[in-house]
Design a protein around this ligand. Sequence first.
Ligand code: NAP
Length: 247
Amino acid sequence: MKRMEDKVCIVTGSGRGIGRTIALKFAKEGGRVVIWDVDINSAEKTSNDCKNLGVDSMWQKVNVTDRKEIQKNVAEIKEKFGRIDILVNNAGITRDALLNQMEEKMWDTVIDVNLKGTFNCTQFVVPVMEEKGQGSIVNIASVVGIYGNMGQTNYAASKAGIIGMTKSWAKEFARNGIRVNAVAPGFIKTPMTEKVPEKVISYMVKRTSLRRMGEVEEVANAVVFLSSDEASFITGHILQVDGGLTL
Ligand code: NAP
């Protein structure tokens, strides 16, 4: 039996990057995968690639900041599949600047997508999980939310907030059979880190014990493990996938 056999899994921001790889890994493990992204072309592509792996999949245009859109699409998933087993809150953005140059808009946008987006999606999905008395939520945090990073006041605050929500929800939803964990990646090769200057990347690589950036598959492996029944006694855990960046 595959680890995700027949489980209905939503992955936010799964058109590309880490989210796309998580979605494909769920599909390889037999899950029914729901792709949420603001970009409809990439969402459709990920969903088709999941179907090509032999599983049922659907995609929906969902901006995690739009509560009405989330509510409507959760209702559609419930109608189609009758349940939601797994939610991965992956959608996230950066708007980096030193504090003295950080515009209010940069703060608001990052908090709105990363922190409030995670709150929004979880708030609408949990009642559906509760109906079946089971579920697993994995939030994508970052090592920056634990240790901080220059030029990322907004991003660090959003990711630290996600860690706080993860632990609070682990306590709050345990009685309903729902586990909540987070994965905190270090520096991973994705379109997001393509924007990071080469000298910053080489500095981070030097500080990483394993002396390289991580691959998206290495984050997806951790997410699938925490989502699966193999992690049935794990909740409220923040799993760092960072090659020893913080040792
Ligand atoms: P990415 O390549 O930029 O992919 C993010 C995806 O989320 C994109 O498909 C993007 O759509 C989508 N998205 C953005 N805003 C959204 C919104 N409001 N609603 C729904 N979808 C939205 O980023 P990534 O590197 O894969 O990062 C994924 C997660 O891992 C993020 O939470 C990030 O903070 C976290 N993380 C990444 C790293 C790293 O090194 N890459 C390290 C630590 C943590 P568009 O293509 O339209 O923008």
